[in-house]
Ligand binder design. Structure first.
Ligand code: ATP
Ligand code: PAF
Ligand code: BAL
Length: 287
């Protein structure tokens, strides 16, 4: 059975006597198989699972899709029930922000201004602020997040370390459609034609990862990814395409790295990323 909690009081009354460990999965609803993977991982991690459903106004810019973001609570509750989630916390805006917009917020630092943060000013301050509020309200043992939002996951891990938060953060690999498209609540904005263009994003990352694995170095990997994206030949427009180390610092010469990209497909902005292994350069001359 899934119990829906709407208020802090209901939350406190439920969580205080909880006879076991708690894992939380924070979401903005419109749940899909990517969220289901997070819920499954959460079930493996703790005795009780609580999912939050809250479209956080703080992380949306004035011209972004806060108003049209899909809100599908009944269907979401069905997903949670089927996944064996015991509790859903779905507060109103007033319940979570009783004083209106919070005056004190989490500063994500310089990484918060790069990549997603460069295109969405204030985004990570809004994300980290609501994540910290929810961690403080829920006091979970474990919180599970998706690698699909890799910069978000990296910054949440960093916040936990830098602010000494007592919670374990678990990341879950990106769940994809069979053709490679990363599942995202925003995919439902796409027309059939746009969905085809959106495939360029995962195709570019795969091409980059293959080139990296073949020893073509960071530059070769990026060049292969750009080529596979095919800017100008599809309806998609790249926002960024970068190769970094796993913590989003400068890319190493060899070893584990991450390739991240964002693109506009019509009016929809999508993100994706892949782990990349930079193999040593293939030998071209005999020694
Ligand atoms: N395809 C996916 N695979 C794994 N985790 C995912 C996937 N999509 C979303 N998540 C994770 O689910 C959690 C909640 O994300 P959110 O509700 O924003 O869904 P979303 O599909 O990312 O939506 P949006 O389209 O708004 O980006 C986040 O930790 C996010 O990384
Ligand atoms: C972590 C989160 C639930 C905070 O609103 C959101 O950014 C999301 O759904 O990834
Ligand atoms: N999926 C992370 C939340 C957002 O894009 O607004």
């Amino acid at each position: 059975m899934t119990t829906v909690l709407r208020t802090r009081a209901e939350l406190a009354a439920t969580l205080a006597p909880l006879p076991g460990s708690l894992a939380v999965v924070m979401t903005m609803g419109a749940l899909h198989s990517g969220h289901e993977a997070l819920l499954r991982t959460a079930r493996e991690q703790a005795d009780f699972v609580l999912a939050t459903i809250f479209v956080n106004p703080l992380q949306f810019g004035p011209n972004e899709d806060f108003d049209r973001y899909p809100r599908t609570l009944d269907a979401d509750l069905e997903v949670c029930r089927a996944a064996g989630v015991q509790y859903v916390f779905a507060p109103s805006r007033e319940e979570l922000y009783p004083d209106g917009e919070p005056m004190v917020r989490v500063d994500p630092g310089s990484l918060g201004e790069e990549l997603e943060g460069a295109s969405r000013p204030g985004f990570f301050d809004g994300v980290l602020t609501v994540v910290l509020k929810l961690l403080n309200l829920l006091r979970p043992d474990v919180a599970v997040f998706g690698e699909k939002d890799y910069q978000q996951l990296t910054l949440i891990r960093r916040m936990v370390r830098d602010l000494e938060l007592d919670v374990e953060i678990v990341g879950v690999p990106t769940v994809r459609e069979p053709d490679g498209l990363a599942l995202s609540s925003r995919n439902r904005y796409l027309s059939a034609e746009e969905r085809l263009s959106a495939l360029r994003l995962s195709a570019a990352l795969r091409a980059g990862a293959t080139a990296a694995g073949a020893g073509r170095g960071a530059d070769g990997a990026l060049a292969a990814a750009y080529r596979a994206f095919g800017e100008g030949t599809t309806g998609a427009k790249l926002d960024y395409l970068v190769l970094t180390d796993p913590q989003l610092g400068p890319a190493p010469v060899t070893g584990p790295a991450r390739m991240l990209a964002a693109a506009w497909v019509g009016g929809t902005r999508l993100i994706d990323n892949l782990p990349v292994e930079l193999a040593p350069a293939a030998r071209t001359t005999e020694e």
